[in-house]
Write a protein that binds this ligand. Structure first.
Ligand code: ASP
Ligand code: MG
Length: 420
């Protein structure tokens, strides 16, 4: 079985939804499983709605209506006649969210966030399902919350692989004892807790969902359909000489995703690698093009890969009394980073200082405050981190010309610089 994943940009309006259905028709001749994200930037809008609701703000209803009306307009464009006959499941979701927003929020923001934000994927898949029905495309709409099981670490659900695989396999065996005879359509990004509440897997988590289904079903391949032609060795907006990587070994793909190449969610690779399932990255704008493939193979032609992260903060942490920053201090420092969930992108130490480059996250000010009780902390905001994997002697010079290098670190395969 093939697994296809379509992200927000591929379902942002009626025309793109029609295009998605065309791609499924042409590129998945056998019954496949399709994972879909929320429409366009819906998740961001639902995040804003969740905050308004949690803060009991007066604009809650207006934010809800704007999201609902935009979805409705797209569905009406897809189904201009007989709207009522096909739109009922989607309309029921609008009502359910509206009722939810009329209740009092609990005091757990992350919980409320997931209950609200998960509607994005429910809306999008119900809308695609309505359109498939309208064009007589046999399919089943599956609720990922009943299949993908996590713990209850809201906003970052940890997958329970044993239960998840059992649920998915059982669902297919029971429903299709004679083999699958239709398309399966489900949501990315969302899952269910043991208490049967909605939960999300972390932003941009739909790629990961596709990998979870693929792993459970021992799929033949996963294809992520994106608005780029495949995986490039650099962001073409910044690096005009960027080239497409035709094929990438799993190991390289994990490294690139980890250092912030924003093409695939970093958790996606492991479940696929473990079962040797290839991952294709293809363009939904040019579906006939070959795209890129991540799989296992030997002769990798090594090219430098550039990964740029902006909006970084460079923190330097010094001992107050000139004592060494050694194991004991470091373990205090690391514990605080873990506590505030701030991921270190690069680090370096000297006798009495420890420097790290991190994403500018909302928990960072609290972390700094906490660090300041024991250390002197200096920081530079709005710096950039450039990581070059498989760098060559001349890889760096063109990009740092005229800029201030605040930190530099090299290993055999990686060069990282923090730039002002
Ligand atoms: N809709 C979710 C997000 O925007 C999940 C995804 O797109 O992968 O983060
Ligand atoms: Mg998205």
């Amino acid at each position: 079985m093939k697994i296809f994943k379509f992200g927000g940009a591929s379902v942002k309006d009626a025309q793109s939804i029609r295009n998605v259905v065309e791609i499924i028709r042409k590129h998945a001749p056998e019954p496949a499983l399709v994972v879909i994200s929320a429409l366009g930037k819906t998740t961001n809008r639902l995040e804003a709605l969740a905050s308004a609701f949690f803060e009991n703000r007066a604009d809650t209803q207006a934010l809800f209506e704007a999201v609902r009306d935009d979805h409705r307009a797209i569905l009406k464009e897809l189904i201009p006649e007989d709207y009522a006959a096909y739109a009922e499941p989607t309309e029921a979701l609008f009502s359910r969210l509206e009722r939810y927003l009329q209740q009092e929020p609990s005091d757990n923001f992350d919980f409320e966030y997931d209950q609200i934000v998960s509607f994005g994927e429910l809306f999008s898949t119900r809308m695609v399902s309505a359109y498939l029905e309208k064009v007589h495309f046999p399919h089943e709409w599956m609720d990922a919350r009943r299949l993908v099981r996590t713990d209850n670490h809201y906003r970052e659900g940890e997958v329970d692989w044993v239960k998840t695989e059992r649920n998915i396999q059982k669902h297919l065996q029971e429903r299709y004892p004679n083999g699958l005879d239709r398309l399966l359509l489900t949501q990315g990004f969302i899952a269910g807790t043991p208490e049967k509440f909605s939960i999300t897997l972390g932003r941009e988590g739909s790629d990961y969902s596709a990998a979870i289904f693929a792993h459970a079903l021992q799929a033949e391949s996963v294809t992520i359909w994106k608005d780029v032609d495949g995986l490039l060795n650099a962001d073409p907006k910044v690096f005009p000489n960027a080239v497409k990587l035709e094929q990438i070994p799993y190991r390289e793909a994990i490294e690139l995703a980890y250092y912030g190449a924003s093409v695939i969610h970093p958790k996606t690779i492991k479940p696929l690698q473990n079962k040797n399932i290839p991952l294709y990255v293809k363009s939904f704008l040019h579906p006939e093009e070959s795209g890129s493939v991540i799989h296992s193979f030997k002769e990798y032609r090594i090219l430098p890969c550039y990964i740029r992260k902006t909006n970084q903060v460079l923190l330097s942490i010094f001992s107050k009394d000139f004592s060494f920053i050694a194991e004991e201090n470091l373990s205090t420092i690391f514990a605080l980073f873990a506590l505030f969930n701030v991921k270190i992108n690069v680090m370096q130490n000297s006798a009495i200082s420890f420097s790290v480059c991190v994403d500018a996250k909302d928990t960072l000010p609290q972390l700094i405050e906490e660090l300041q009780t024991e250390f002197v902390v200096r920081y530079n905001e709005n710096v950039e981190l450039l990581s070059i994997r498989h760098y060559a002697a001349d890889s760096l010079a063109p990009y740092v010309k005229g800029r201030k290098v605040m930190m530099e670190q090299r290993s055999r395969s990686m060069l990282q610089v923090v730039l002002k």
